[in-house]
Design a protein around this ligand. Sequence first.
Ligand code: HEM
Ligand SMILES: *[C@@H]1O[C@H](CO)[C@@H](O)[C@H](O)[C@H]1NC(C)=O
Ligand SMILES: *[C@@H]1O[C@H](CO)[C@@H](O)[C@H](O)[C@H]1NC(C)=O
Ligand SMILES: *[C@@H]1O[C@H](CO)[C@@H](O)[C@H](O)[C@H]1NC(C)=O
Length: 325
Amino acid sequence: MAFPLLFLLFLSIPFSESKLTIDYYKNTCPDFEKIMRETVTTKQINSPTTAAGTLRVFFHDCMVDGCDASVLISSNSFNKAERDADINLSLPGDAFDLVVRAKTSLELACPGIVSCSDILAQATRDLITMVGGPFYKVRLGRKDSFVSKASRVDGLVPTTNMSMNAVIDVFTSKGFTIKEYVALAGAHTIGFSHCKEFSQRIFHYSKTSPSDPEIYPKFAEALRKTCSNYVKDPGMSAFNDVMTPSKFDNMYYQNLQRGLGLLSTDHALIKDPRTKPFVDLYAANQTAFFQDFSHAIQKLSVYGVKTGRKGEVRRKCDAFNNFKA
Ligand code: HEM
Ligand SMILES: *[C@@H]1O[C@H](CO)[C@@H](O)[C@H](O)[C@H]1NC(C)=O
Ligand SMILES: *[C@@H]1O[C@H](CO)[C@@H](O)[C@H](O)[C@H]1NC(C)=O
Ligand SMILES: *[C@@H]1O[C@H](CO)[C@@H](O)[C@H](O)[C@H]1NC(C)=O
């Protein structure tokens, strides 16, 4: 018995520090995949906005110092955490709720083993697949961060009022190509945006025209109706993909070609010669989109991950194990 144990120890030391693996929980939490799948399925059926919400939360987590569950930490009187950044991200509650549910089930099955960052990465993949998107492999073994600061968010997460140069900078400075950025932007094939995120495109576009003349006119009209009361009722919102809002497909790119893009950063993709060729490619070929999206989100999923002692497996996903101010 001593030999295989020693052998395992020997193997686990160099590898645990260095890289993530597909079967990371095979021995320590064999039901990980099953528990995740069941939790995700139940949640998505009961709250169909979960898929988009979780994908967006995962994106934001990864963009700010890596995929390390820093976005899940709750603020307290000593620390304003990432999720409460000033640019108020209005990150959706369904995603946080899903992670709590998965963590609770996983702690019962295998206490102290599965990190919150792995839960978020796996949940995102399961949800994308569940709403019609591609299946891709998720490498596991992330540790959760010791840090979460609202002040880190500015400039790392793109906003809709950014110029194309600025947006491209956000992605290329993290090692993504422009093509990978266009593929990732296809995430806007699901979910919705609040009116204030595109109101200047439909109400205050220019001195001569209230709305951006490049928006398909009937679409602009419908958006103005949807958002007519958005200042008093900031919950008003519109689907990111007006044609197939809850299906993960390549309709987002086809919409851009017809002036049916919602956010100004969406529409800019079809205007800019650096990004337009990829919009046209993905609009014409969903297989190409799914392949490139899978590769790009796998790359995003390992961006800046912490392994070994650079992180911890949180007991609760919204709090560090040791209180830190
Ligand atoms: C230029 C880049 C991007 C900008 C400026 C941007 C901005 C936004 C904004 C303003 C919203 C609406 C939020 C709200 O009103 O609640 C949104 C929604 C969303 N974004 Fe992005 N985004 C970008 C790229 C991405 C990427 C790369 C992903 C994922 C890989 C992503 C995933 C999502 C999803 C899924 C939603 C819908 C959320 C929901 O329905 O709850 N976005 N984005
Ligand atoms: C951000 O918005 C959410 C919901 O819209 C709200 O609950 C939260 O308090 C806001 N956070 C900050 C820091 O303004
Ligand atoms: C862009 O919008 C964010 C909020 O979403 C705001 O904090 C920032 O000042 C705006 N930037 C510019 C250049 O208007
Ligand atoms: C669509 O893209 C896939 C994957 O890149 C490729 O194999 C296929 O030939 C393309 N189809 C067409 C019709 O161009």
